[in-house]
Write a protein that binds this ligand. Structure first.
Ligand SMILES: [Fe+2]
Ligand SMILES: [Fe+2]
Length: 294
């Protein structure tokens, strides 16, 4: 696996290439060895998995540049009922994607030597959207969870996933535990101006330290990567963030990493770029990142 920043992970296994939530940096004017760009992607990407329609996960700029390289674009199915619950399939088709597959929770796609299964994505959307999914990618005995910005609102969901799919070995989880207020993205879609109380109580947040640990222990993961934090410099104008090490979610991440390691889970925060090995090649795992290893 190769981490490209934010929620973008390239998986290459058994001759299949999968890319999650592509948000790819363009080549900077001044060469930057701390980032991967479009040039570092393979010529052919068999599957792109989209977790949800937020602007940092369904990124038009990256998708359009990759369209000719992508075999199948996998998106979560919407309901068409709730405010802002847009059809990502229709959006993708209007962007020129010919092969778009909508998935519901527990739908799966067979791969040579493996399988991809969609799982429910809890939280993070102010209770408005349904077009959101996590994915479990299995190759051999290795099961890798991509949870994006979901939150462990109820551990029994993950207990049932484990019962259905077997233990997850590696989990990519989001820990932006503060999140944007309801009105930040959804205000133009609401029929009335949201009250401050609702604005704050329905923030779009992911896991804090406790819920992240609960999720990992419930699915049985022995390796955890905290990702999708929006801290890479090329995301600056998308995320409206000025990251510092004192950000409240960074405090939670540090707390989580220590707690996870106490429970025998190898946990770290990803940043910039990194190559990751798992399964039979786990002993080859090495760090090439620009700031991981928290
Ligand atoms: Fe999100
Ligand atoms: Fe996000």
């Amino acid at each position: 696996m190769r981490y490209f920043g934010h929620a973008t992970v390239l998986i290459e296994a058994e001759g299949t290439t999968i890319l999650t939530d592509p948000f790819i940096s363009v080549s900077p004017e001044v060469a930057d060895r701390n980032r991967l760009t479009f040039r570092d992607l393979p010529a052919r990407i068999d599957y792109v998995l989209i977790t949800h329609g937020h602007h940092d996960h369904f990124v038009f700029e990256s998708l359009l540049r990759l369209r000719h390289r992508i075999g199948t674009l996998v998106v979560p199915r919407n309901t068409g009922i709730y405010y802002g619950d847009l059809s990502l399939k229709q959006l993708a088709q209007r962007l020129g994607f010919k092969q778009v597959v909508e998935m519901d929770a527990l739908d799966s796609i067979s791969l040579a030597g493996g399988r991809m299964t969609a799982i429910p994505f809890l939280g993070e959307h102010c209770d408005l959207l349904h077009a959101k999914l996590g994915y479990v990618v299995r190759f051999g005995d290795e099961q890798i969870l991509f949870a994006a910005d979901s939150c462990c609102l109820d551990k029994y969901l993950y207990a049932n996933i484990r019962k259905t799919l077997g233990p997850i070995t590696t989990a990519f989880i989001g820990m932006e535990c503060i999140g944007a207020p309801l009105s930040w993205i959804y205000s133009p879609l609401l029929p009335v101006k949201s009250e401050r109380e609702h604005d704050q109580s329905r923030r779009s947040h992911a896991n804090g330290a406790d819920s992240a640990l609960e999720l990992l222990q419930t699915v049985g993961a022995n390796t955890a990567y905290v990702y999708a934090l929006g801290r890479e410099p090329w995301l600056k104008y998308f995320m409206a963030l000025e990251p510092t090490d004192d950000d409240p979610y960074m405090v939670e991440i540090r707390k989580f990493v220590v707690a996870a390691q106490t429970h025998g889970i190898d946990a770290q925060m990803l940043y910039g770029k990194q190559d990751l090995f798992c399964g039979d090649k786990a002993h080859l795992r090495y760090v090439k990142g620009t700031g991981g290893g928290l």
